[in-house]
Design a protein around this ligand. Structure first.
Ligand code: PEP
Length: 241
């Protein structure tokens, strides 16, 4: 079963959230569906989403509590019913300046509260064009997971999202994505043995209903992290079907 995760970013009004789940809560589809709404919509989403769809957050603090105005602690996200959190999305890295060191603390803290972590990595266009893709993503993986030695089964997930493919309509070819996923699988195996090899690897970057089947048919692609196409119920259902 593939895992399809919708990242709504800072989108969806309350009425759009309601309309989305009215259309999806009772729909049938084959794959596993998770949604990350804005944090303030987590509770509403949980009450509307139905049992099949897990709800998560797009970011979390590396701290449990304290004087960190505007942040959400993993403990509070867990209390609110979140099942997972995205860590290190390229928008967090690029717009908010988050670095691997902080991201590793966020991931460790979220895992300690039994939130699944979707740890996001990916190269820029300039890095791809200068043949640095594999070196860049391996570095992000090693530094971003530093200090994490184990996790409850299934809780660590890695998303490969080439920055040049996010929100641009430019999708990695299935072969390009598979090449990186295979390298990440090998790297995780080297780092953690069999539990590393079992980490689910998601592809993200302009995944749409018309390209999802080919991408998901690649051997090392276990699912998708989806921005734009997760906002409309029909598109999201098409991805999950
Ligand atoms: C994302 O935000 O993680 C993403 C992949 O966005 P999009 O699907 O719109 O490219």
């Amino acid at each position: 079963m593939k895992l399809i995760v919708g990242n709504w970013k800072m989108n969806q009004t309350l009425s759009q959230v309601k309309a989305f789940f009215e259309a999806t809560a009772h729909a049938s589809y084959k794959q596993t569906a998770w949604i990350a709404p804005q944090a303030l919509h987590i509770s509403t989403s949980l009450s509307l989403a139905g049992a099949k769809i897990k709800i998560g957050a797009q970011n979390c603090s590396e701290h449990d509590s304290g004087a960190f105005t505007g942040e959400n602690s993993p403990a509070s996200l867990k209390d609110a019913g979140a099942s997972f959190v995205l860590v290190g999305h390229s928008e967090r890295r690029q717009i908010f300046g988050e670095q691997n060191k902080t991201l590793s603390l966020k991931a460790a803290k979220a895992l300690s509260h039994k939130l699944a972590v979707i740890f996001c990595i990916g190269e820029t266009l300039a890095e791809r064009e200068s043949n640095q893709t594999l070196a860049v993503v391996k570095k992000q993986l090693r530094e971003g997971l530093e200090g994490i030695s184990s996790w409850d089964e299934g809780l660590l997930i890695v998303a490969y999202e080439p920055v040049w493919a996010i929100g641009t309509g430019k999708v990695a070819t299935p072969a390009q994505a598979q090449e990186v996923h295979a390298a990440l699988r090998a790297e995780l195996k080297e780092m953690y043995g069999e539990s590393g090899a079992k980490v689910r690897l998601l592809y993200g970057g302009s995944v749409k209903p018309d390209n999802v089947v080919e991408l998901m048919s690649q051997r090392d692609i276990d699912g998708a992290l989806v921005g734009g196409a997760s906002l409309k119920a029909n598109d999201f259902l098409a991805l999950c079907q």
